[in-house]
Design a protein around this ligand. Structure first.
Ligand code: SF4
Length: 670
């Protein structure tokens, strides 16, 4: 019997795995985050064990036939290292790019960053977490001086007075978390949901606002306008704990409710009702998720909602404040330990001389040998194979072909590479394009830490041996490093201890956390469980109001593309679906197009019959789902299958470099 955690989302539900050959999932009632509850993805998580599509030998593309053929580990790793060396000798260190994932353990994320900066000497590393919650991270750093998804335990939700969920469908994306909403309402609290779709989360709401996609920002400015007009601003808090309010107040003054209504479709009356609700409440908690964040203006949108929380005097107050609901399993830790283009372990900035000196000391290299800041995830992919861009890419824990925006373009860039190497469990859509595929362990077959959405570091423990022929990512990274002349640890606990030393003194400091402590304490928060009680992380201890203006989506609707396309998840699938689409017990209906009956009538579409969604980047044919829970001017496509991201826009947020996954202009025909 092994206690561990689910392989999927950022809740990192605790579970018990029993059995030797066949693992069975059991509840782990003592683990506080999920108290034994799991969603259907968690219950079926062992479905990939022994799956017939598991890769158990490296694959190398045969030059003569163009097909992938089985190869030995030494042959595959020697080939990769040799070609990386040759490409760097010809084109320079940055000829090699590394692409990581927000589902990798902290140890893997750390080792991958070290592989890039020390063994390869390349600046070209980033990861798919850039597409997850980087806008909230950027906003958190600007406003609070630090970025932690939730600066308080998730269960605090139950004790607030008003919970405002902006762009979160947690009842479907992390169902065990929905019990906090139910308990909050039992305790007399109120739930507000803002979403272009009436989701299962919205069905639990006391107040539901259904705006045009991409207009969460003006709604926040309108709320600020009304809160100020009603004298509901916590003036003492604003004066003693923040700076910048007057600039934000001036911006919000122009967002009277009728103007918000014209832009967002949320009526002035609805906005006034919400302003009254939050203005009268003692404790208000604002949580954003991808719906608010995955925009070319995602950072500004989050800053506007943080401003709402600050104006009401909430951040730092018990059971109140602002937080972001992370998406990927290690969305938080994955961006703290060095696989992000601008960061070194401990959430240190790579262009900070003191940070470089500290980390270089742990790594036993000269600070001057460490490369500088690289390209962000999409910019890295966009540059592949170009004169100035990488000629080779190593991919760990990411299925780019499905998950990248403007995916047809990205697939073309991958195809232009001299060398694509993918480490994965199965032949994902991205691995199928690779020159070398390296078969790696999956979660139940390895040990390592993850940092959940609360900043709680938890321990996944190995419950079964991997199939013969499969290696852990840490082994693969160390094998490559060795061939490039560097000695990397492969034992997860040893890597974690090194990560602790590298992160010591950084914003995300893991130096006091050990595997034993995690086991004994049901996970260990980095920092304190509740942050900002006395001060924020800026040097003066104050939070920042940051003035923002509404620009609107990068691609507004027009006569040719008159509808808003938005994308998201369904309960039974996870991210690119590389894992969950292969779990037999999980329904895999394929992509669908959700549209309103009025729109269906107009174009002659019928439920279950195919429709074609087109944007300026491509089109997708899929069955229609005619539902009255979506706005009539909006269509929704889930992104777990090939296709949705062939439609999405690659416009980037100027600060976080987040692509605008959540809205673009589209047309639909029957
Ligand atoms: Fe829990 Fe998320 Fe796993 Fe579902 S997918 S069991 S909510 S960690």
């Amino acid at each position: 019997m092994t206690t561990t955690h689910c392989p999927y989302c950022s809740l990192q539900c605790g579970m018990v795995l029993e059995g030797r050959r066949t693992l069975e999932v059991q509840p782990w009632a003592e683990f506080p985050v999920n108290e034994g509850a799991l969603c259907r993805k968690g219950w079926t998580a062992t479905g990939l064990r022994g799956h017939r599509e598991r890769l158990t030998t490296p694959l190398v593309r045969d030059r003569a036939t163009g097909e992938l053929r089985a190869a030995g580990w030494d042959e595959a790793l020697d080939l990769v290292a040799g070609r990386l060396r040759a490409l760097q000798a010809e084109h320079g260190k940055d000829a090699v790019g590394v692409f990581g994932g927000g589902g990798l353990t902290n140890e893997k994320a750390y080792s991958l960053g070290k592989l890039a900066r020390v063994a390869l000497g390349t600046s070209q590393i980033d990861y798919n977490g850039r597409w997850c919650m980087s806008s909230a991270a950027s906003a958190g750093n600007q406003a609070f001086g630090i970025d932690r998804g939730l600066p308080f335990p998730l269960a605090d939700i139950e004790h607030t007075d008003v919970l405002v969920l902006v762009g979160s469908n947690l009842a479907e994306t992390m169902p065990p978390a929905a019990r906090h909403l139910d308990r909050l309402r039992e305790n007399g609290g109120r739930v507000v949901v803002i979403d272009p779709r009436r989701t299962p989360t919205a069905d639990r709401a006391d107040v539901f606002l259904q705006p045009v996609p991409g207009t969460d920002l003006p709604i926040a400015l309108g709320l600020l306008h009304l809160i100020d007009a009603a004298d509901a601003v916590d003036e003492e808090y604003v004066a003693t704990r923040t700076t910048g309010w007057e600039d934000v107040r001036r911006t919000a003054a122009a967002w009277w409710p009728e103007r918000v209504e014209r832009v967002s479709g949320v009526s002035a009356a609805e906005l006034r009702e919400l302003a009254e609700l939050v203005g009268d409440a003692e404790k208000v908690m604002v949580l954003t998720a991808r719906g608010a964040e995955q925009h070319a203006q995602g950072t500004d949108t989050v800053l506007a909602w943080i401003a709402v929380a600050l104006a009401l005097g909430m951040p730092g107050k018990e059971h109140a404040g602002y937080g972001c609901l992370t998406g990927q399993g290690n969305g938080q830790g994955g961006r703290e330990h060095g696989q992000k283009a601008d960061q070194l372990p401990g959430y240190r900035m790579i262009d900070d001389p003191a940070a470089r000196e500290h980390v270089a000391g742990v790594w036993g290299v000269e600070p001057s040998s460490l490369p500088g800041k690289g390209r962000s995830a999409y910019e890295l992919l966009d540059a592949l194979g170009t004169d100035a861009g990488p000629k080779a890419l190593l991919v760990f824990g990411s299925n780019i072909v499905v998950s990248a925006p403007n995916a047809t373009h990205v697939a073309a860039r991958l195809a232009s590479l001299d060398l694509l190497v993918v480490a994965d469990l199965v032949l994902s859509e991205t691995a199928a394009l690779a020159d070398v595929v390296l078969p790696v362990t999956q979660w139940a077959e390895e040990t390592g830490t993850m940092t959940n959405l609360e900043g709680r570091v938890i321990l996944r423990q190995q419950a079964a041996a991997p199939p013969d022929g499969v290696r852990s990512d840490l082994d693969v990274i160390a094998g490559l490093a060795a061939r490039l002349g560097h000695d990397f640890a492969t034992d997860p606990e040893e890597v974690f201890a090194e990560l602790g030393r590298a992160s010591a003194g950084g914003k995300a400091d893991y130096s006091e956390i050990t595997y034993d402590r995690i086991r004994a304490e049901h996970g260990v928060f980095w920092g304190t469980p509740r942050m900002f009680a006395d001060s924020f992380a800026h040097a003066d201890g104050r939070a920042r109001f940051v003035p923002v203006e509404h620009r609107g989506p990068a691609e507004p609707v027009d006569a040719a593309y008159p509808l808003h396309l938005t994308t998201g998840r369904v309960l039974a699938q996870y991210q690119s679906g590389a894992q969950t689409r292969r779990v037999r017990e999980l329904p895999d209906a394929g992509p669908f197009v959700e549209l309103h009956p009025m729109l269906a009538d107009r174009i002659g579409a019928y439920d279950g019959r195919p429709v074609v969604v087109s944007t300026r980047r491509g089109e997708l044919k899929a069955p229609a789902r005619v539902v009255d829970t979506i706005r009539p001017d909006t269509v929704f496509v889930p992104f777990h299958w090939v296709g949705a991201n062939r439609l999405t826009n690659d416009a980037l947020d100027p600060s976080s470099r987040m692509p605008e996954f959540k809205v673009c202009a589209a047309a639909v025909t029957a």
